[in-house]
Design a protein around this ligand. Structure first.
Ligand SMILES: Cc1cc2nc3c(=O)[nH]c(=O)nc-3n(C[C@H](O)[C@H](O)[C@H](O)COP(=O)(O)OP(=O)(O)OC[C@H]3O[C@@H](n4cnc5c(N)ncnc54)[C@H](O)[C@@H]3O)c2cc1C
Ligand code: SF4
Length: 522
C-alpha cells in the first residue's frame, strides 16, 4: 500500500438541497462550501467558471456574491487558476475562496500570503486535465462542429453522470462518464497538459478541503445522485464543514484511509509508478510529441486506438528499456575506449586491450603494468608511492592477463605488488606491500618511515573474497581462495583456501584423492 499522508480526517457526504446535489459533480460539497463562505461574509471574492460559446471553452470569472456561483461540476479543461489569480489579485476584496488542482495549491497560497490576502483553498483528487484542443477533438469524433456548441458540461447531472453538449437549434448530445470516444482520446495522453505526464499528486494535503468521487462499490451500485468523498486538512476546513452541517446544509459521515485508498488507488499509486518509469516515460512522451507522429495518430479514433496498442506493446515488451540499455551500453563502451586511449600512453606498460571503469585512480600510472584484457572495477585505487617523508621508492603494480578487479579495491605499493593471470577479485579487496612505521614512541606515526616485509605476489587463478586484506611480504600460490574479510599475514601454499583473521588454511586440494579436503586446526 502507498505511503499514507495525513489529513485531519476522511469523510463522505452530500448537500441537502437535491437540485444543487444533482447539478454538481458528485455530492455538491465543493460549490456549497464556496457559496457558504461568500454568503456568510467570511470571504468577499471567489472564482466560478462559465462557458463562452464564442470561444467554445470554459473561462474563469471573478465573483463577489454567492448568487454568481455557477454550479458547473468538474471542468476537465486545462485552466491555469494560479495565473488567473495573479492577473486579478488587485480586484480581490476581503479574501478569496479558490478552487484549484493540487499542483497549484502551494503557488496560489504563497502568492496570496505574500500580499496578505486571506484565502480558503478547495482542491480535488486529480487524475489530469485535458487541453481545450482535446475537447474540440472530442466534438469532432462525435461529428459535432464546435461552432454549433452553445454550452457543455463535463460532469454534473446525477452521479457519476457524463458529458452533456447543448447545440444550436436546441439539440443535446449526452455521453455517460468515461465512455467512448472520451476514454480513447484521454488514454492517448496526446491531449494531457505536459505537467500531468509527470504529476505525482494524488490530492493536496495543504488545501483546506480536498474533494473526490467515492469510487467505491457501494456508491457505484446504489448512488445515482452523488456523494463527495472529502479530506479535511485544516482547522479552518473543519470549522466550515461543521457550520454547514449545523445549518443542515450538508450531511456527512467519517470514513478512513482504507476507503480513500480503495476509491483513489490509481491517483495514490501514480507517484510510485512515475518514480519507476520516469526515464522511459520521458522518452515515450518526447517521441510522441513530435508533430508528424502526433498528427498521424490523432486523425481518427481507429488510429488513436492503434496508437494505444503500440504504446502498450512498447511498455510491455520493454523495447524502450531495451533501447535505453543498448544506448547506455554504447555510451559506456565509448567512455571505456576514451579511458583506454588516455591511460595507455601513461601506463608503465600494457599488453593490449584493458578495461578501466569510472572513478579508477592511479596516482603514478607509469608504475602500473597491465596484461591483456585486465578489467579494473569502478573507484579502485592503484596507489604507487614513489616518495614519502624524504625517502624515494620504486613501486610496481603488475596485473596479469585476464585478471578482473572488483569495485572499490585498493592496491598499494612502495615495493612490488604482482598479481598473476586470471585472478578474480571481489569488491573492497585491500592489498599492500607496506605499512607505517610506529616504533619511535617520541614521534607521531605519520612522519615515520614506511616499512615493508617484502613484495606481495599472488599467483595465477586465485579468487580473493569480498573485503579481504593481503599484507606485506605475502606470497599466495596458484589457485588459492581467500575468504571474505580474511586478513592474510603469511604465505599461502598453492591450492589452499584460507579464512579468518589472521587467515589460516581451512581446506587444501589433495591431488591423490582429487578432492578439496578440510585441514584440521593445529
Ligand atoms: C480536472 C479535474 C480532475 C479530477 N480528477 C478526479 C479524479 O481523478 N478522481 C476523483 O475522485 N475526483 C476527481 N476530480 C474531482 C471530482 O470530479 C469532483 O470535483 C469532486 O468529487 C467534487 O465534487 P463536488 O460535487 O463536491 O463538487 P462541486 O460541488 O461540483 O464543486 C466543484 C468545485 O470545483 C471547481 N472546479 C471545477 N473544475 C475546476 C477546475 N478545472 N479547476 C479548478 N476548480 C474547478 C468548481 O468551481 C467548484 O467550486 C477532478 C476534478 C477536476 C476538475
Ligand atoms: S494531474 Fe497533477 S499536474 Fe495535472 S492538473 Fe492534476 S494535479 Fe496538476
Amino acid at each position: 500500500m502507498a505511503e499514507q499522508r495525513k489529513p485531519l480526517g476522511y469523510f463522505i457526504g452530500h448537500v441537502n438541497d437535491s437540485e444543487h446535489r444533482y447539478k454538481a459533480s458528485s455530492g455538491g460539497i465543493g460549490t456549497m462550501l464556496q457559496k457558504h463562505l461568500l454568503s456568510t461574509g467570511q470571504y468577499g471574492t471567489s472564482i466560478t467558471f462559465q462557458f463562452n460559446a464564442k470561444r467554445c471553452m470554459y473561462e474563469a470569472k471573478l465573483i463577489h456574491t454567492a448568487e454568481e456561483v455557477n454550479i458547473c461540476g468538474s471542468i476537465y479543461q486545462d485552466i491555469n487558476i494560479a495565473q488567473f489569480v495573479r492577473d486579478h489579485i488587485r480586484e480581490i476584496s476581503n479574501g478569496i475562496v479558490v478552487s484549484c488542482p493540487p499542483c497549484q495549491v502551494t503557488a496560489i497560497r504563497n502568492m496570496l500570503n505574500k500580499e496578505g490576502i486571506p484565502c480558503f483553498i478547495i482542491s480535488f483528487c486529480c487524475s489530469g486535465q485535458t487541453t481545450i484542443e482535446g475537447t474540440w477533438k472530442y466534438y469532432e469524433l462525435l461529428g459535432i462542429k464546435k461552432e454549433d456548441v452553445v454550452n457543455m458540461q463535463y460532469r454534473g447531472n446525477g452521479w457519476p453522470s457524463g458529458i452533456q453538449i447543448w447545440l444550436k437549434g436546441g439539440g443535446k448530445v449526452y455521453r455517460d462518464n468515461w465512455t467512448q470516444p472520451w476514454v480513447t482520446l484521454h488514454s492517448t495522453n496526446f491531449y494531457k497538459p505536459k505537467r500531468c505526464h509527470y504529476c505525482t499528486f494524488d490530492t493536496s494535503y495543504t488545501s483546506d478541503i480536498s474533494l473526490a468521487d467515492p469510487w467505491l462499490k457501494d456508491y457505484l451500485d446504489k448512488d445515482k445522485i452523488g456523494n463527495t468523498l472529502f479530506l479535511i486538512n485544516t482547522g479552518k476546513g473543519q470549522e466550515t464543514i461543521s457550520s454547514l452541517s449545523q445549518k443542515g446544509q450538508i450531511v456527512y459521515k467519517q470514513t478512513d484511509f482504507n476507503s480513500y485508498y480503495a476509491a483513489q488507488r490509481p491517483n495514490i499509486e501514480k507517484k510510485n509508478i512515475r518514480l519507476r518509469q520516469n526515464t522511459k516515460l520521458e522518452l515515450l512522451t518526447k517521441t510522441f510529441e513530435k508533430p508528424h507522429i502526433n498528427s498521424f495518430f490523432t486523425k481518427d479514433l481507429r488510429r488513436m486506438q492503434l496508437f494505444i496498442k503500440i504504446r502498450q506493446r512498447l511498455q510491455q515488451k520493454s523495447i524502450i528499456n531495451h533501447i535505453y540499455n543498448l544506448v547506455m551500453g554504447i555510451i559506456q563502451r565509448i567512455k571505456n575506449k576514451c579511458r583506454f586511449l588516455v591511460l595507455s600512453h601513461k601506463l608503465g606498460g600494457h599488453d593490449g586491450n584493458f578495461n578501466i571503469c569510472s572513478g579508477v585512480v592511479a596516482n603514478n600510472p607509469e608504475c602500473v603494468f597491465l596484461g591483456k584484457n585486465v578489467c579494473i572495477g569502478s573507484n579502485t585505487f592503484l596507489n604507487t608511492v614513489t616518495f614519502y617523508k624524504g625517502t624515494h621508492y620504486n613501486p610496481v603494480i603488475k596485473i596479469g592477463e585476464g585478471t578482473s578487479i572488483g569495485k572499490y579495491c585498493t592496491l598499494s605499493s612502495i615495493n612490488r605488488v604482482e598479481i598473476g593471470k586470471h585472478v578474480l577479485f571481489a569488491g573492497q579487496v585491500h592489498i599492500t606491500d607496506h605499512s607505517h612505521g610506529y616504533e619511535d614512541i617520541n614521534r607521531p606515526i605519520t612522519p615515520q618511515k614506511l616499512i615493508t616485509k617484502g613484495p606481495v605476489e599472488i599467483e595465477d587463478d586465485c579468487w580473493l573474497g569480498y573485503g579481504c586484506e593481503i599484507l606485506s611480504g605475502v606470497h599466495i600460490g596458484k589457485h588459492c581462495v581467500v575468504a571474505a574479510r580474511a586478513v592474510v599475514t603469511k604465505d599461502v601454499p598453492a591450492y589452499s583456501i584460507v579464512a579468518g583473521n589472521p587467515a589460516r588454511i581451512v581446506k587444501q586440494y589433495n591431488f591423490d584423492t582429487k578432492q578439496w579436503e578440510p585441514v584440521k586446526r593445529q
